[in-house]
Design a protein around this ligand. Structure first.
Ligand code: AMP
Ligand code: MG
Length: 338
């Protein structure tokens, strides 16, 4: 399949025409990759089961891993879920459009394939002008997981999407580099206490402040336990994820010792003829780390490294915690403590 690629830089007439063309593809049941502020998404009409099935097939995504449905306003939210509550109002007023996904009971008209057979639906309003315009033009809620092949690092630049999906879908809309760089915080509002199923840039503290009440982390995210032992409620949290082609090891501990150990391991492995890449973020630069992490993985893969040595971030910081959630998965939980 020939993939049309449009780079949307400014909102001029030509850009609008390109977005309209993309919206027409969605209306007819086709797939379009598009930018959001978190990572790029691979979208289809959320109410068209064949279209959504094509997302799973294209990504090679397990069919019990549901998608996030993207909306452009509150009316669209209430078309998908009948739950209305003060908590929803407070959260959406403060954080939408933005990197917060709400898990709510789904209405009957939402096809099972969109929610991986669950009775709940994950919904978010993305904070990116191209995404919002695409949703409005198409007139449909857009189901969209990240626009990478299943298992690969999430795409945060248009070129990452091209690398994974060129030739597999009819259209890719490029719209610059993603501002946030990691996926949205997923908050389950169907449990008694609002529960974070996937950590993101919006933290437990941010959410508690706005709700004015307690928010908990899903026990499967507990950083003290090995995360794969518990079975996560966000189905997507259980699969091998974000994996670079290279072997990857996370080195965790005191910053100085981490640096020394990375240097030592780098030397030892280079002496064996291996190409070694290093990921070491500035200690307190958590947002920068979130922004850069997936792009670094892909960059090192492009450079053909055999081994990636990554310094762990302080996961007592909630954004550090969100990045570590991805970093540990990328490394298949291969950790060296120093
Ligand atoms: P992705 O779109 O690839 O970033 O993945 C979406 C994430 O949201 C995955 O971890 C899904 O398992 C999770 N998710 C989507 N729908 C639901 C739902 N109804 N209940 C719980 N988690 C969900
Ligand atoms: Mg994903």
């Amino acid at each position: 399949m020939k993939t049309k690629i449009y780079d949307i830089q400014k909102f001029n007439d030509q850009a609008m025409a390109h977005i309209k063309e993309a919206a027409d593809i969605l209306k007819k049941g086709g797939l379009v990759a598009f930018p959001t502020e978190t990572v790029y998404g691979l979208g289809a009409d959320a109410l068209n089961p064949q279209a959504v099935a094509a997302i799973y097939a294209t990504k090679g995504r397990p069919s019990d891993n549901p998608m996030i449905v993207h909306v452009a306003g509150m009316d669209q939210l209430y078309e998908l879920s009948s739950l209305q509550s003060e908590v929803i109002t407070k959260l959406t007023k403060r954080f939408w459009p933005g990197p917060l996904t709400l898990v709510l009971p789904k209405k009957e008209k939402v096809p099972d394939v969109t929610t991986g057979g669950l009775s709940t639906i994950a919904i978010r309003m993305p904070d990116h002008p191209v995404a919002l315009e695409l949703i409005k033009q198409s007139g449909c809620p857009i189901a969209a997981p990240s626009a990478n092949l299943s298992g690969r690092p999430s795409p945060t630049k248009g070129d990452h999407v091209i690398e994974d999906l060129n030739g597999k879908i009819p259209m890719i809309l490029k719209g610059g580099n993603c501002r946030v760089g990691i996926e949205s915080t997923v908050l389950d509002l169907t449990s008694e206490i609002p529960t974070i199923l996937r950590p993101g840039i919006l933290t437990q503290g941010d959410l508690e402040m706005v709700i004015g009440d307690k928010v908990v982390l899903d026990p499967a995210l507990d950083r003290k336990k090995h995360q794969e032992i518990l079975s996560p409620k966000a189905p997507g949290m259980k699969y091998t994820h974000y994996a670079p082609k290279a072997e990857m090891i996370v080195i965790r501990g005191n910053q100085d010792r981490v640096r020394i150990e990375i240097e030592r391991l780098k030397k030892v492995n280079e002496e064996k003829g291996r190409i070694v890449g290093v990921i070491l973020f500035e200690e307190q630069a958590f947002r920068q780390a979130a922004h850069d992490f997936f792009a670094k993985l892909r960059l090192l893969d492009d450079q053909g490294v055999d081994l990636i040595l990554a310094g762990a971030l302080n996961d007592e910081n909630p954004i550090g915690f969100a990045v570590m959630n991805r970093m540990l998965k990328s490394a298949g939980y291969h950790i060296i403590e120093v």
